[in-house]
Design a protein around this ligand. Structure first.
Ligand code: AMP
Length: 433
């Protein structure tokens, strides 16, 4: 791990005046820890692996040096006409994140007088508009992998001249099954380039990817100070009472906005209608909604026009909702890593945030796993007026004493090993030539 000196203002990072002035307009008074450590290294041309929590300021971390390098190269007329090529490619796992990151990049480049063209490319919306936007090439593309491949196959863009590649939310890119698309895209890029990989977690798949993809990378792991501004609480409730408790909490606390996570699309609608019967108006956000509807809902939620939003995990990553006061796990996420992503929607960039989880006895065991994997230990609380009754406590005990199911022979470790080998095979085509 590199421990670079920690500059405490943007002037010390080596950024050009156009960017410094823009950051001042945006009221970024000092770099976040990841910005302070990573930006000088990126400007020096190093590859980078960064482990950073959501809300740590990682978008500016890769966007600022990328913009600076491209802008300086253009000013020195080192870059020829764009043709249908792109210099900087940022790959992200979701459509919302693509739109959000592209907006940030455009905002950071406001003082470049249009010299740097950034285009967002993602599925669910008309491909023609994006083809038009790409006409004449682009300096930076922020893309989800599938749509980018579509545009490449219709010759709208070429990756032969990519100089900088960013994999944002790499763990999510892989867990959403973009492995093959990534391999196809990487095969189209020049081996000589700068690559940066950002990931909140480093499961085996991501580690393999970093080994194959990065060239002597600088490694930065940031424990963001922001973490401490997020308060996590867990409430035990009786089975079947979660909705009543949730409606009670929403009415009692009158949160400006609340983001509620469930695990399935149909659960979004179901919970929304049950809340409505209890006098709470909620909107839903999930993958079955068309892209324009998804964007509309997020915009309204961001603007505070929607107070309660019920979402699946597509909202768990990357979404930056300023000053989101509370995230509630109505259902626990299956993956412990997703717990961290969900709660990271609140308490971003040093704001005070609150993450609540409602658990009934069937969740007890899984919540312990979430705690263990995330090195957490939270006190179990009860909501006043909704004490857990004896029947539920007994049911919890009975479940605890149940013997775990025996695993069928021939499964277990051996199977995992095979899986790891398969993953090895997937990455083997990605090696730098
Ligand atoms: P990110 O982790 O990139 O999604 O950023 C989270 C939020 O922090 C965004 O709203 C950024 O605009 C904001 N942000 C990023 N860097 C800074 C900074 N140095 N000072 C203040 N806010 C920042």
């Amino acid at each position: 791990m590199t421990s670079a000196a920690n500059p405490s203002n943007f002037n010390e990072l080596g950024l050009i005046p156009e960017l410094i002035a823009r950051l001042s307009d945006l009221e970024y008074t000092q770099p976040t820890p990841i910005q302070a450590q990573a930006i000088p290294n990126i400007l020096a041309g190093n590859d980078l692996i960064a482990g950073a929590n959501t809300g740590s300021g990682k978008t500016a971390t890769f966007a600022l040096p990328m913009l600076q390098t491209l802008f300086l190269a253009q000013s020195a007329k080192k870059t020829a006409s764009k043709g249908n090529f792109v210099s900087g490619l940022i790959l992200v796992p979701t459509r919302e994140l693509a739109a959000q990151v592209a907006d940030s990049v455009k905002s950071y480049s406001a003082n470049f007088n249009g010299a740097i063209k950034t285009v967002a490319v993602f599925g669910g919306v008309s491909v023609n508009t994006q083809m038009q936007a790409l006409r004449g090439g682009a300096d930076i593309i922020v893309a989800t992998p599938g749509r980018l491949l579509d545009l490449i196959s219709s010759n709208a863009i070429k990756l032969d001249k990519v100089k900088t590649l960013v994999l944002d939310e790499a763990d999510r890119l892989l867990s959403l099954g973009f492995t093959e698309e990534l391999a196809n895209l990487l095969a189209l890029m020049p081996a000589k380039r700068q690559t940066m990989l950002f990931s909140a977690t480093f499961p085996e798949q991501v580690k393999l990817l970093t080994q194959e993809l990065l060239n002597d990378p600088v490694e930065i792991q940031v424990q963001s100070k922001e973490e401490s501004t997020l308060v996590q609480r867990v409430f035990t409730v009786n089975k079947g009472e979660k909705t009543t408790v949730l409606a009670h909490l929403i009415k009692q606390h009158k949160w400006r906005q609340a983001l509620i996570f469930v695990n399935a699309k149909k659960d979004c609608e179901h919970l929304a209608s049950k809340l409505e019967k209890r006098g709470v108006n909620a909107q839903v956000f999930h993958g079955d909604k068309g892209q324009s509807e998804r964007s509309r809902v997020i915009e309204k939620f961001k603007a505070g026009e929607i107070e309660v939003l019920i979402a699946t995990d597509i909202a768990a990553r990357g979404l930056d909702i300023e000053k989101l006061p509370v995230v509630i796990n109505f259902n626990l996420p299956r993956s412990p890593a997703d717990y961290m992503h969900r709660i990271g929607r609140s308490g971003r960039a040093g704001e005070v945030g609150l993450a609540l989880s409602l658990i009934d006895y069937e969740d007890f065991h899984h919540f312990k796993i979430i705690e263990k994997k995330n090195k957490l230990r939270l006190e179990r609380e009860e909501v006043t007026g909704f004490a857990v009754n004896q029947a539920n406590l007994d049911a919890a005990d009975a479940l605890k004493n149940e013997k775990p199911m025996a695993k069928p022979e021939g499964t277990g470790k051996k199977k995992n090993k095979n899986k790891a080998n398969q993953e090895d095979d997937v990455w083997s085509g990605w090696r730098r030539k």
